[in-house]
Design a protein around this ligand. Sequence first.
Ligand code: GDP
Ligand code: MN
Length: 398
Amino acid sequence: MDIHEYQAKEILSGFGVTVPQGALAYSPEQAAYRARELGGNRWIVKAQVHAGGRGKAGGVKLCDSEHEILDAAADMFGRTLVTHQTGPEGKGIYRVYVEAAVSFEREIYLGFVLDRSSQRVMIVASSEGGMEIEDISAERPDSIVRSTVEPAVGLQEFQAREIAFALGIPTALTQQMVRTLLGCYRAFTELDATMVEINPLVITSDERILALDAKMTFDGNALFRHPHVAELRDKSQEDPRESRAADRGLNYIGLTGNIGCIVNGAGLAMATMDTIKLAGGEPANFLDIGGGATPERVAKAFKLVLSDQNVQAVLVNIFAGINRCDWVAEGVVQALTQNPVDVPVIVRLAGTNVEEGQKILAKSGLPIIRATSLMEAAERSVTAWKNDQSQNTKLRAI
Ligand code: GDP
Ligand code: MN
């Protein structure tokens, strides 16, 4: 789960990371009012969206007067911001953060990520902050410092000092840099984050180390341990299909193809998507409905998958181990009887009570296309989708 910059800054400041003074606003007038409260004569107005690259996309504006703040904020509110991280659909701006502007001497990149190969938290830092890390690694790979943390002891002061030296932090500021690194590491591990990124971390003209930007991502499976983090969720920033699924306890990832998938088990769901591609189709989603594919869950899954307008065929692939194919088949029949669908439905059942399951599907009288192997199911889905498409085109042509 992602959170907003202002939320990440609040969390990190609780762990000893220094951040600029700022305040949140929900309207241009409130933004101007917040600036007055903050005082000073220069402010930054920042669109709060779950994506980086806002600066280049017009989502970060430096303002010298209340008038400029009103204009900058009015321009942002209600707009969708498209950055290189949002995808072409962009993200809606419903909150802006106003900060007292800071003048700085240097920008540093600082990131904490989970490194899969070493299975450890890795600190990635660069003296070339301000640019995106992808650009830094393309243009100035020599400036990147990487350091993995030994989990048994956590980030040690000496290791943090080494990173500070490698970045060329002035000696007088080493202690502040160490505090920043240790604070981020503690926030990362104690809150089950999967990513903490400060870009830029700056050295100000008055010799302070300050996080000008902050991004945090959390492990969704660990959110139950951190209710204060969980409540920072902002559904306006999520793919609506995925929010709906999460609210219904379904594990769903929206994709861009047109063959919807309803599968039990994450591994089988991945294999199903691969097989659809192998058969020449494109999956519309990943969906794991879990082991207990009850009629209710199957019905919910159909609703969810079909809420995607791009879906032109649905492939149901259930392997019943603990579950039973006859129950799943009943679920499919119930779901399709109560909410008839207007796209071809392909069902492949395997495992416990498969014959009974097939009989239930056959007796239902519903136009369900049955398949025995996964490959056959994928091929039939692709054929059904193509037929459906040409029929639709013909209808439209008439
Ligand atoms: P991002 O583009 O989404 O990563 O947003 P950032 O928060 O990183 O802002 C983009 C850029 O705006 C930063 O790299 C800074 O160069 C600049 N910026 C942000 N805050 C300040 C500030 O307080 N003072 C000044 N001078 N520049 C700032
Ligand atoms: Mn940034």
